[in-house]
Design a protein around this ligand. Sequence first.
Ligand SMILES: Nc1ncnc2c1ncn2[C@@H]1O[C@H](COP(=O)(O)OP(=O)(O)O)[C@@H](O)[C@H]1O
Ligand SMILES: N[C@@H](CCC(=O)OP(=O)(O)O)C(=O)O
Length: 381
Amino acid sequence: MTASASSFTERPLPRWKRAVLKVGSSLVAAPGGGLTPRYALALAQFVSSSRQAGREVVIVSSGAVAAGRAIVPGALESGAVMAARQALAALGQAQLIGLWQRFFERPVAQVLLTHDDLRNRRRYLNARATLLELLRLDAIPVVNENDTVSVDELKLGDNDNLAAFVAALVDADLLLIASDVPGLYTANPRDDPSARPVDEVAEVGESILAMAGGAGSVIGTGGMATKLQAAAKAAGAGIQTVLFDGTDADALRLMAHGAMRGTLVRASLSRTAARKHWLRHAPSAPGAVLVDAGAARALSEKGASLLPGGVVEVEGDFARGDIVDVRAAEGAGARPVARGIVQYSARDIRRIARRHSREIQALLGYTYDDAVVHRDDLVVL
Ligand SMILES: Nc1ncnc2c1ncn2[C@@H]1O[C@H](COP(=O)(O)OP(=O)(O)O)[C@@H](O)[C@H]1O
Ligand SMILES: N[C@@H](CCC(=O)OP(=O)(O)O)C(=O)O
């Protein structure tokens, strides 16, 4: 590496309560094969100290394939490459979770996701509920792509993009991408000695994307290109991204104290504004939830959640996780008052309509949420 870490300037870290920390293979793969605790220890200490300060962190960790390579050396050189990578990921995943568990007193939870899980709204809601519950239980979720079923169209492509999806999924304020490079340079510093550090990116446009080269090591996959794609996705969801050096214990100490050294990719919209914009413009499912005048007022004037007690009628057929219009049953006519992601299917909302939230369990045999539409998932029209 020709450019030095000190050439990035120290600046304040944006304030955050919940972050996703993406750890690249380059940080957990040992040079001779298998995994190394060398950098994972300081990264885990950062997570633990953040937790003690009342902040929550979801880890997205690569390294399963690297771990698997040491279990069955030579597997990638024989047979189908895709199947071999998948088999190595399955072999190495247990060790990867084992590596992280070594550094935490709190329990570590393995979460494996695919693109399909995040595209399908019902699975999206379920994945979100699981991750949020794990945080509430004070566990450390460690996410990786589910390589066993992630081929071609199912593949997210890389864990940088997966981390951006997870950040949006759990409503994180910050996406922290740790790699083996101090941040974004104007060109790949491994190839170009004149590459200069970029402290801040206001928007990931063509000129920024053109700076990115491929992976720096045989272990890493996407290089800077996928990190910038991830940062752009996060920015679209109102989440800021920090690209920093996970081998630099000092960079981690700075972040634990509210400062940073690396590249900050800004988000133009706030998280709430980005989510509301998405809800407003995403296609809604056929059907509607009709509410009484009190519920219509609570939604439009107080931004409250829609509780089953305020639901009068359900039109059409939709599934849990769909975006559905909410209309006033009378008075305001056919105009929707709000639109949001429903926690229950049309069939189940019909069964809990006009009833109290505490009756949901008895009526349906399960409960996802007290609300039919949670206020975080709702936009007033
Ligand atoms: N413009 C750039 N600035 C910084 N690093 C770059 C740039 N272009 C390419 N890279 C390469 O990206 C690598 C990090 O990506 P990658 O190897 O995929 O790591 P990880 O395994 O952490 O995801 C760096 O080691 C560096 O060589
Ligand atoms: N699921 C793969 C992740 C591959 C990947 O995206 O690696 P990286 O570019 O180092 O984050 C593994 O655990 O090996």
